[in-house]
Design a binder for this molecule. Sequence first.
Ligand code: FES
Length: 112
Amino acid sequence: MKTQVKAGELKELLCTWFLALNLVLPTSYFQPYMGNHRKFIFVCNGSDCKGEGCKELGKEIKELTQSGHNKGKFKIIKTKCMDFCKSAPVVIYHNEVIKKADIAHVKKKIEH
Ligand code: FES
């Protein structure tokens, strides 16, 4: 006789197991796998920014943030229009609007 576990029950079981593991193991155990802090990089994907190459810029930023010592430290968020269309493409990093952004400029900001 087969025992079937429904998806909802399995999810609940895994959550309970993970919570129990979280209580037993110190937070530092998880740090190699899950960074506590990630810096957010917002890349506008509105129509004007698309026209100015935001998709290519987004790919370059992704490559930059996934290589070497940057790996796991950043989270890239694609946004809708941020109302800076005349300055497209627009990137926001660390509460700073980077207008007419290019990869060199973003790289400089990230590394400082
Ligand atoms: S489309 Fe990017 S700021 Fe408007």
